[in-house]
Design a protein around this ligand. Structure first.
Ligand SMILES: [Zn+2]
Length: 73
């Protein structure tokens, strides 16, 4: 899910300075809560994983049963 935008000079397991805003991002999650700084950092570049997680379709294709694990809105 979407979380407050943060970045870290320590990068976690990431290779470059990017900002994160998704709670499922493996790179964002590798950064300790105490090392997370609010904002988008000096590069202003968004994490590719967060982008991917954000663009994931939320509506199931026709013919598929609803995901029982997905919480109801
Ligand atoms: Zn990320």
């Amino acid at each position: 899910m979407r979380i407050r935008t943060f970045y870290s000079p320590l990068r976690g397991i990431g290779q470059e300075d990017v900002w994160h805003d998704n709670s499922e991002c493996p790179i964002g999650n590798s950064i300790a809560l105490t090392d997370r700084w609010s904002g988008k950092g000096s590069t202003g570049k968004r994490c590719q994983y967060c982008l991917l997680l954000d663009s994931r379709p939320v509506v199931a294709p026709l013919g598929c049963s609803p995901d029982p694990h997905r919480p109801r809105a």
